[in-house]
Every structure is written in C-alpha cells, then in structure tokens.
Design a protein around this ligand. Sequence first.
Ligand SMILES: *Cc1c(COP(=O)(O)O)cnc(C)c1O
Length: 457
Amino acid sequence: MLTTSSLAPQDIDLSSPLLSLHPITSRRQSVLPEVARRGLLTDAEPLCAVIDLDTLDELVAQLQRAYPAHVVALHTVAAKSLALRPVLKHLAELGLGCEVASPGELQIAFAAGFPAHRIIYDSPAKTVSDIAEAISHGVHFNVDNFEELARVDRAVTAWHGPLPRIGFRINPQSGAGSIEAMSTGTPTSKFGIGLADFEQRIIDAYVARPWMTQVHVHSGSQGVSLQHTAGDIAAVVRLAEKVEAAASEQRISTIDVGGGLSVNFQSDEITPTFDDHARALHEYAPALFSGKYRIATEFGRALTAKAGMLIGRVEYVKQAGPRTIAVTPIGVQVATRTVFMPDAWPLRVEVYSPEGVPRSGAHHAYDIAGPACFAGDLIATNRQLPKIHAGDLIAVPDTGGYYATNHFSYNSLPRPAVYTTRAGTGTGTRSFQIARRAQLISEVVAEAGEARLIDLP
Ligand SMILES: *Cc1c(COP(=O)(O)O)cnc(C)c1O
C-alpha cells in the first residue's frame, strides 16, 4: 500500500462552505470522500470513472423542457458519448431515444431497451446489411450520400412493411468552428450531401420519393458557435420549404437538428444551456416551431460531459529539471483527445487528499502525467495546483462523455470501472452502483489475439 500523508488543518479548504458551491461542485466534493472511504481505488484499480446521476437527470430535464411544448420532439442521446448499457437504459426510461452510428451501437441501444422508433441511425458508412437492418427493425435513419440513396431505393422496393423515417444528412457547407477535426459543416466535410453543391438534386430526390420525410443536419461539435449551428438548421428548414414548394405538398415533417452543443470545460457553469439552444433556433429558424414540423435532437457531450469525472490515485511526484510531474493512472487510454490535442481539449484537474478532501494552500506548477509509455501522455502541463503528494486523488471534471467510455487500448491498459452515484435522501450518504466493471488483466490478454496462429482453410 502507499503511505497516505495525514491531513494537516491547513490542507483543508475552509474558505468555501459547501452550501455556497455550485451544485455540480458540491456533488463532486461529496463523491471523492466516498470513493476513498469505500476503497474503490486500489493497486489493481488505481483509476475509475464516476457518473453523477443527479446531474445527468437535471441535464435531461433541462433538455426536455427547453423546446416549446407544442412541438413534438424526439430527444436522442448520441451513443458514442456514453456507450454504457445501464446508463443508456436509465436514459431510455427517462424517455430519451438513442442516436447510433455503427452495428455495435445499434445493438447496445436495443440491449439498453430503446424501442426502434426512438433510435436514429446516422453512420456515414452503412453497408447494404446495415440499411436492411434499420428498415426491418423500424429504426429511423439518415442517408449520407447519393450512392447510399441508390442502396436505400433497392431496400425500400424490396420491403413491404411500414417504413421508418428516412432523411438526407445535409452538409450546410457553412464553414468550420474553432476545432477543425470536430467541424462537420465545412465545404469539404466527409459528412452528408453538400447543400451548396447539390441543392437542386436534393430537392428532386425528395420530390421523387414520398417516403423520404426527414432532413438531418449535425453541424457540431465542440467549438461550433450556437449562432453557426442555428444558421445551419435554418438552412435545412428552408430546404424543407423548397421541397414542399416543388412537390406542391409538405413532404418533410421531421427536422433532425443533430447535436453539437458545446460544453464549458472551464468551470462547473453549464453554458450554453439547452434553453440557449432553443432561443437561438427561435431566432434563426422560427418556422421550426410553427407546429408544422416535429423535431429530433441528437445531443452527446452537452448531456453527458458535466455528469462525469475521472478519479485517479497519484502514484509518484517527481522532479525532472524544472518540471514537477505527478505520475497518475489517468492518461491517453481514457483521455485520448486531451492527450493528443491538448489545446483543443483542455481539462480541469483537481487535487484531493487520500481521504478525498480538496487540497488547498500555495500553488505550484505541475505536469499531470498518465501511465502510457510515450512522453506526450500528459493530461495537463504547467498547471498551477496545490501541493500534490503520492497517494492523493486527482479528479478530472467534465469527463462524463467521450472519455472513460471511449477507451484507447494503448499499452494494453485495461478499461477502468465506471460507477454511477446518487445523493442519498435525508441525511444519507451517497449510493454507488457498478455501471461497468474494470476490465480484468485476463480479458486484456484475451483481446491480444489467438493463443497461436490459426491456418486459414
Ligand atoms: C457525434 C454526433 C452527435 C453528438 O455530438 P455532440 O457534439 O456530442 O453533441 C450527434 N449526431 C451525430 C450524427 C454525431 O455524429
């Protein structure tokens, strides 16, 4: 076991009584002592993720209240942000749908209990089988390109049952946000059909296919402004109106506005909110809320990021020239984007005592290193933090989406456990649930391939 330095009074932060803290902050500060008391971090599992169901539920409620009550809305969670079966099951029970983009995500959505009519399939690389599967199950989907449309035509001709909602994914070709790799609406994006390039062909395709009743745009994600996103949604609403004019009847009844609401990674404030999103749509695309259209949404990060954190135990604190480095189990395997693109995906880092009490006192510059064997495996550099000791706990907020559940198996590092938690009622302590067990080392070995080479017949 590591030695745990005992807490001196000056290590305990008395300046901010729990009551005046942001609810997300105080929840996090109540999770850490429980993680310590329950011994959830060990030599075998020095790292875990915790999802706060109270925060998640609040975000879902904010989403469900944000749009006008007269608008029929299918709110889906993007499976890729949080592919955790019991948490998705909980979200299904709250009434959400699920946006999926691969056969695996589709089966996870089914396993989590989402009914087919609340699933939207958005992969840009659907095979013939994927299309047939979506149609036969009644899963809504969006067509990414004209070649896919030819496959869909054949599948629709061969199918004699009711059809799900089928739409085009439109690329508004309106330019990038602040993170090029996250911008789906550039003139040359790999996603969807370019509106500037192909508007007339898109309209003709809708007019010729009365079963195409949806249009989709997802011009996210992180780093794209609300105004930019709302402008793109307004462009597809105009497209729906042009299709109506060309067909002399309303053809498009569902506008799938995608996800892509940015998350504030600087503090626990939720900004922008789903209300801000709804307001921007009101301003840029008022027809969306005229009552003529139903809407679908596909939020990932905005629903999930603020609800989760990574927690890891500091193994060593060492000096290298002028650098002070805290060596932790939190690295590229769970924070892949942050490690490879630290400027685009900065994360906050908090230091707690081994008992889970926030460290305070004079700050020093630290690099927070992960366990992987390459020099760049750092989740923060030159960060001003209170003095860190071996055995301390590091919490990384805002990692409820796209972190622990988007594992990268560098160095054969195992997938950490993910726990969910809720505040107890009354005086109670928190409850914790296992959402995903930590991967066993034997499972890591099993994933390293066959025991010996196997000859093909
Ligand atoms: C990833 C993705 C989303 C969710 O994006 P966020 O930025 O997490 O909200 C929604 N729709 C599609 C098609 C996606 O690829």
